[in-house]
Write a protein that binds this ligand. Sequence first.
Ligand code: SF4
Length: 246
Amino acid sequence: MVENNKNDEKPEVKEEDQKKEEEQEEVEIKTDAEEPKAKFTFRCTRTDKCCLSRGPIPITFWDLELWAKNGVVANFLPYLDVYNKPNGGIDLILKPLPPPPKEGDEEKPRDPFGGIPIEELLDVKCPLYNKENKECLVYDNRPLSCRTYPLEFDGKNYTVVDVDCPGVGEEGMTKEDLKDMRNTAKQMFYELTRMRIALPVLTQLISQKVMMDLMKQNMEAMSKMSDEDRSQLDEILKKGQEPQPE
Ligand code: SF4
C-alpha cells in the first residue's frame, strides 16, 4: 500500500534543491503518454494496484540504512535479489513472488522463488503485500520507491510513471504535500544512482572473494588427500577430458 504519511521518516533534501523547490510552487508533470502537460495532484486511494502489479521494487542504500537502523534487515533478506536487467544494468530488488500453483499443479512444498526466471515475474505482486488483508506487511519500513510512486524524477523532469494509478488526479493535495513528494522523488533518483554505481563493483568484488575462498578450500582439501585418493581423482578428471561418443 503506497501512501505518503506526514509522520513518516522523510529523506534528506539538499539545501540548494530545497530553495529551487520553494521558488517553484507548482510542477507540470510530463507523462509517459506524451499527453498535454497537466498539473499533478495525487492522493493515495489505497486500492493497492501498485503493490499487486508493480514488478520488482528497486532497493537503495537509503532503504538498507533504514532497515539497519530499525533492526529489520534480516526480515528483508529472503526477498532481496540482484536483477541483471536486459539493458545490462544491475538493480537490487525485492523479488516478486510467483502466483501460487494452480489446483493439482504441484503437491509438494516448493521454494516460492525457485525455478521461475525473473523475467516472468516482472508484472506480479510484491512479496511483501498481503492480498487477503490488503496491506503492506512492512509499511513503516517500505522502500523509498514505494514512498514516491507514481512520481519519478530523472535528474531533469518529473514523470508520472503510472497515469492509470487511481490516486493520480485526486484532489486534496496541498503545496506542502506536493513539495514532500517531489523531494522524495528526487531523493529516490539520487539514491538509485548511488546504488547503480556501487552495485556492479560490489557484486564483482564479492564474486571474486567467493571464488578465491572456494579455490582456497579446494586446495586445502586436496593437500589433505591420501596418494590413493589423489590418483583416483586424477583418473576421474582424465575421463572427464576424454572426447565423449556422439
Ligand atoms: S513494499 Fe509494501 S508498499 Fe511497497 S510495493 Fe510492496 S507491499 Fe506495496
